[in-house]
Design a protein around this ligand. Structure first.
Ligand code: GKR
Ligand code: MG
Length: 428
């Protein structure tokens, strides 16, 4: 079995203007879709965050991938590590999202190989990862402060005909009540049984009051999380954390760096979680030494694929870390890769993050994937269980070309709204 072709397609998907600590989402979020085709005409697909450097590296990776046997993933990733390991962005950086080149290349190639193998042997990817220990994968709502706007071609404009969640998605959210309304609309549409608030946007007091309003609205049986993406000082994080003790399921990245996370966690004694500071195997020794967090949000896109995410799960079991899952704006290929991984990981202790409800387009045949009671089902369909819709891919690639965007820069987008706005490492 040999890979005979590799198609790398950058796409731009409509994304509403949702806020975070470093700015605001552009009207389009960038993703890159990889399709591998083998000598029997079977294809395997994957999706990673779109970034010029990653996309170019993937183009260059074609030379090593075409001709390779998709079963020989370890060897192939070794070749790619030697070629791309030191290239482009190698550092996690300070942004809420991860742009490291090699890990994304590895993830894109590995997931597409696994999809190809699954489709060849007629088994779902979770079976290639050891088999499903669960088939119902719970996700959490992801709540965002935002100005009015639907994103995409509408930008800050809205579609007056929208109803239900698509109508709420485009409305402004600036107060605790607005966020409760957003959460209710998501529950109505998707059935989520846990909520995550993206913090680091409004005054900390407003964000604490928002979490308390969510508690009031949904009751103590519904887990809540807040994620200020590191822009609170240790003092602010402790003061806010005291008000949220007993309310939060976990406290995600309130401060910056493993040291400060450890400090806050020790004072509060509540579970601290990260997708910003313990983000690679090299970070594990220091994390253990400091007790930097008690939960790691895995993400196969930046942990280098599904198999190394299983390695991370083993590390978490060994060192008593809980495991949750992180997300960025994404489509159904990533959603299903996350779901298959979650199906196969024995120690996945929390409902997973997902931006999926914020997206209005799809690149897989049959359109958006369904959530039932906040759950995505992993079935027996081969590979990821989804097929690429080539027409949709072409349309979303046109969006990419006409959007003029090649990298994610939320601070630059924010300055289009407010030219004096500055991104700060610690804001409050
Ligand atoms: O999409 O604005 C966003 C999020 O803030 C994202 O960039 C983060 O990577 O969801 C993420 C997180 O949990 O930190
Ligand atoms: Mg986070």
């Amino acid at each position: 079995m040999k890979i005979t072709d590799m198609c790398v397609t950058p796409i731009a998907i409509s994304d509403p203007p949702i806020r975070n600590s470093i700015g605001i989402h552009a009207p389009y979020a960038l993703r890159t879709i990889v399709e591998l085709i083998d000598d029997h005409g079977v294809s395997g697909i994957s999706e990673v965050p779109g970034d010029l450097d990653t996309t170019q590296a993937l183009e260059e990776a074609r030379e090593y991938v075409v001709g390779a046997d998709p079963y020989h993933i370890t060897r192939l990733l070794g070749v790619l590590a030697r070629r791309f390991g030191g290239r482009g962005t190698t550092d996690r950086g300070v942004n809420p999202w991860d742009k490291r080149t090699y890990v994304h290349v590895a993830s894109a190639v590995e997931v597409a190989c696994l999809d190809l193998i699954g489709k060849t042997v007629g088994r779902p990817i979770c079976d290639l990862l050891g088999g499903a220990v669960r088939t119902r994968i719970p996700f959490a709502s992801y709540l965002f402060f935002k100005p009015e706007g639907a994103g995409g071609a509408l930008g800050f404009g809205i579609d007056p005909k929208a109803v239900g969640w698509p109508a709420v998605r485009q409305r402004a959210a600036a107060t605790p009540d607005d966020i409760v309304r957003q959460a209710r609309a998501m529950v109505e549409a998707f059935g989520f049984q846990a909520h995550k608030l993206k913090g680091g946007v409004m005054e900390p007091d407003v964000e604490v009051c928002t979490v308390l309003a969510l508690r009031e609205a949904f009751g103590p049986g519904i887990p809540l999380r807040i994620d200020p993406n590191g822009v609170w000082s240790v003092e602010t994080a402790i003061a806010c954390g005291k008000r949220l003790t007993g309310v939060l399921e976990y406290y995600e990245d309130p401060v910056r760096g493993q040291e400060d996370m450890a400090k806050v966690g020790k004072v509060l004694g509540i579970p601290m979680a990260t997708n910003m500071y313990t983000t690679s195997f090299e970070d594990i020794p220091r994390s253990i030494e400091l007790g930097a967090e008690s939960i790691i949000l895995s993400d196969h896109h930046f942990w280098g694929g599904l198999r190394s995410s299983l390695d991370l799960a083993a590390v978490c079991r060994t060192f008593g870390r809980g495991l949750s899952m992180h997300s960025n704006s994404h489509l159904g290929i990533s959603l299903m890769a996350m779901a298959h991984l979650a199906a196969a990981v024995p120690n996945l202790d929390f409902s997973l993050d997902t931006h999926y409800p914020w997206q209005s387009e799809e690149v897989v045949v049959g359109g958006p994937i369904e959530f039932d009671g906040g759950v995505v089902r992993v079935g027996n369909a081969p590979g990821l269980g989804v097929e690429l819709d080539h027409e949709a891919l072409a349309h979303l690639h046109d969006n990419y070309t006409s959007s003029g965007l090649t990298i994610r820069d939320d601070a630059a987008e924010m300055r289009k709204l407010d030219p004096k706005w500055e991104a700060k490492l610690t804001r409050w």
